[in-house]
Design a binder for this molecule. Structure first.
Ligand code: ATP
Length: 407
């Protein structure tokens, strides 16, 4: 049950049966009646809290050779960050064993790795010494770190005053230039600007070419495809696929498709079902600056009294809602006695490259139909970004047009 450093000749990381469980406090068994709660209290007077175990990683076994840049993909909560935290010894595994063929430099979530009260300069030295480097060794790399990060002017400012972009630039630069044998990067890079992202991907590629090993967690399939030489797909804590980038990406895409297909069956969808969506579509592939256009068709039910409204959530791969629209905001209510076809058009919503899902809801006082992942689309990288025009200080206003036509 450990993460140890040894030096297997041709393996950077070797994992066998790796597992991680978290103990989560629950409020205890719930009681429907006050009398039940009182009886339980009398029977177990000193009982305070109950815990349950949650398995974030199950039985992960894999080998990563030197010179590989491995992309780690998976849905929200799949266990990607937990795996990186074990490899960087931020957290200990609860079972199994990992052998590391060298030191691990890392960039995990913003907020880990740097001491907020210390300046940029002090944090560079602190990180180096935590990796067992002497002062002169760190000094030799200092100028490269600072030049790459572009935060020269703020070197003597405590990092707690840095913007998230500055923080990530310096943290990445430290991790990449301290020349550890293994580099573990969580997708915080998405915080940086496009130019810095490109520079960082080039740097990671150089690290792998140099014969070291890179682990890169990302939701952006395109960057994994560009950077990585192999990939792993985690699904609910299990390693379901480890192989070529193309194979893993195909499996990852299929997982979205199978969830989407399961929701096409109306019996699996929440909601009263008094009225349901018949169809929801959106263009499958698009560029960051394109309008988001979702078309839908709704069936009819003359027995419903009163009108209904439509809402729509667009989620990124982490499950975070990046935008939502509600027909009530534009005073649109619909008559259920006849079928409807409509369109939701979201303008000026610039999206990061990646996969997105669209959830659609038909509601009145309650929900008639809740169709999760009713449609999915992929935003392709579009570099260089077009010039941004700022008019009267207003930038990127999100406009939402509900534009309905009867069938
Ligand atoms: N300290 C913790 N205590 C309890 N549960 C935790 C803890 N850290 C993570 N988890 C749970 O473990 C699971 C895996 O989390 P993890 O952050 O590794 O997933 P992830 O694949 O990195 O997700 P995301 O893409 O959202 O970053 C999640 O269900 C999460 O809620």
């Amino acid at each position: 049950m450990s993460a140890t450093t040894s030096s297997p000749p041709d393996t950077a990381i070797s994992s066998r049966g790796l597992a991680k469980s978290y103990r989560i406090a629950t409020s205890g068994r719930s009681h429907d009646r006050l009398s039940e709660a009182l009886v339980a209290r009398v029977r177990r007077p000193f009982h305070r809290r109950e815990f349950e175990t949650f398995d974030a990683l199950h039985d992960l076994s894999f080998d990563i050779p030197w010179g590989e840049a491995v992309g780690i993909v998976g849905r929200n909560g799949a266990g990607k960050s937990t795996l990186l935290k074990i490899l960087t010894r931020i957290t200990a595994p609860s079972g199994g064993r990992v052998e590391l063929g060298g030191r691990v430099g890392s960039l995990l979530e913003v907020g880990t790795g740097f001491h907020p009260e210390l300046t940029g300069r002090e944090n560079i030295y602190l990180n180096g010494s935590l990796l067992g480097m002497g002062r002169s060794e760190i000094k030799r790399r200092f100028d490269d770190i600072v030049r790459f990060s572009g935060v020269e002017k703020f070197l003597d400012t405590p990092v707690k005053r840095y913007s998230s972009g500055m923080y990530v630039r310096l943290a990445f630069s430290v991790a990449a230039h301290l020349e550890t044998e293994i580099l573990a990067i969580d997708e915080v890079l998405a915080v940086g600007d496009a130019e810095f992202q490109r520079k960082s991907l080039d740097k990671m590629r150089d690290v792998a070419k140099d014969g070291r090993a890179v682990l890169y967690v990302s939701h952006q399939m395109q960057t994994v495809t560009t950077l990585c030489t192999s990939a792993m797909f985690l699904d609910r804590g299990r390693l379901v696929h480890h192989g070529t980038v193309d194979d893993v990406m195909a499996a990852y895409r299929d997982s979205f498709t199978s969830f989407r297909e399961s929701q096409e069956d109306v019996r699996r969808r929440p909601g009263s079902g008094l009225i349901r969506f018949a169809r929801v579509t959106t263009p499958e592939v698009r560029e960051p600056v394109d309008d988001t256009v979702i078309t839908f068709e709704v069936g009819a039910n003359p027995e419903i009294v009163g009108k209904y409204f439509v809402t729509c959530h667009v989620r990124d791969q982490r499950g975070v809602i990046v935008t939502q629209c509600d027909s009530r905001l534009v005073s649109q209510w619909f008559d259920p006695s006849e079928p409807h076809g409509g369109e939701v058009r979201i303008k000026d919503l610039w999206l990061q490259p990646g996969l997105y899902t669209v959830d659609m809801y038909l509601c009145q006082a309650g929900v008639f139909d809740e169709w999760q992942a009713a449609a999915t689309f992929e935003v392709l990288p579009h570099l260089p970004y077009p010039e941004v025009v700022i008019e009267d200080g207003i930038f990127g206003a999100v406009l939402c047009d509900f534009d309905y036509e009867a069938w």
